[in-house]
Design a protein around this ligand. Structure first.
Ligand SMILES: Cc1ncc(COP(=O)(O)O)c(C=O)c1O
Length: 304
């Protein structure tokens, strides 16, 4: 995988959930560095297995989580950080970290969802109340005056682009519109991230994170801006990614095609309509984001 020498690829452990695979990827010699976790207890578990550089991408307001974070950072001396987005919970975290030997690292999330008509049209996960550069500057300055937190950087995850197929035969009439919205949205995000890079220099922030497998090719255009790109589910190549316009570019870039690599077997527990329908006992991974058939496991290898 070729990226700008300064840009590293963080692995989304929440998308893989197999410690052995995380280890295998991190030790491949390619520019992979650090894990992105979904939850504080997940980071604690991975830390107990020897993993380090754990960025928790989802805020928490639980005291039990704060206790774990403090222990990982202050006693175990792990490199751990958590995403924050709201002054109320930021203040609570700061209060909890009172007396800590080094300020606790936090990452501020900026919401880059596609919005039009003053927010009446909203496409994307509502990841943060921070949606303008002015709000971002206000929050950076707010965090930087807190004694027990250290603002490490910014998270700018284009989830609505990464998670949405744009050559999907199941909704072929929507594809041109999806591609249009993705194009408009991505160029706005790239412009915003360029402005954020300048803010990072001005305020001494070390990290600017974007990504998602589904927008990897666009993010790779920004390797002079992003310090890291996070990917996870792409390592399994789920069928979610079958219908993305970027696929050919990925094949050209990596000189490789991609094959699905996560399978599971389920027992048939009912045969209600012989030869037509069976019911299997549940199992498998469901992709995050808007629920839909593109996110659930796809039957393959059926016999009979
Ligand atoms: C903030 C963030 N960035 C990047 C990713 C990586 O996405 P993917 O697993 O689709 O590559 C995730 C995973 O959900 C995420 O939560």
């Amino acid at each position: 995988m070729s990226a700008h020498p300064k840009t590293t690829i963080r692995i989304a452990s929440k998308s893989l959930r197999v410690p052995f695979l995380l280890q295998r990827i991190l030790s491949s010699g390619l520019p992979f560095k650090g894990l992105m976790c979904y939850a504080v207890e997940e980071a604690q578990f991975l830390s107990s297995l020897g993993f380090d550089d754990l960025l928790i991408a989802y805020p928490s307001q639980q005291l039990s989580d704060y206790r774990i974070l403090r222990d990982l950072h202050d006693h175990q001396k792990k490199t751990v950080s958590i995403v924050v987005d709201h002054p109320k919970s930021i203040n609570e975290l700061n209060d909890y970290m009172k007396g800590i030997s080094r300020p606790f690292p936090v990452i501020l999330e900026f919401d880059v969802s596609f919005r039009a008509l003053g927010g009446r049209i909203h496409i994307g996960a509502r990841r943060s109340p921070i949606r303008t550069i002015a709000q971002l500057i206000e929050m950076i300055e707010f965090i930087q005056q807190l004694p027990y937190l250290h603002l490490e950087g910014l998270m700018v995850y284009e989830s609505h682009i990464a998670g949405l197929g744009d050559t999907n035969p199941n909704h072929f009439w929507l594809n041109p519109l999806i591609r249009y919205v993705k194009r408009m949205s991505m160029s706005r995000i790239q412009q915003l991230r360029r402005e954020m890079k300048q803010l990072c220099s001005k305020y001494g922030l070390n990290l600017l994170n974007g990504g998602g497998t589904g927008s990897l090719m666009a993010a790779l255009e920004e390797t002079t801006v992003l310090t890291e790109i996070t990917i996870g589910s792409g390592f399994f190549q789920p069928h979610l990614f079958d219908h993305y316009q970027q696929n050919q570019a990925m094949i050209n870039h990596f000189h490789s095609t991609f094959v699905p690599s996560c399978y599971f077997a389920l027992p048939v527990v009912r045969i209600s309509d012989e030869g037509e329908w069976v019911t299997c006992a549940g199992g498998g991974y469901v992709a995050s984001g808007r629920p839909g058939w593109d996110k659930v496991p796809l039957p393959v290898f059926q016999v009979g």
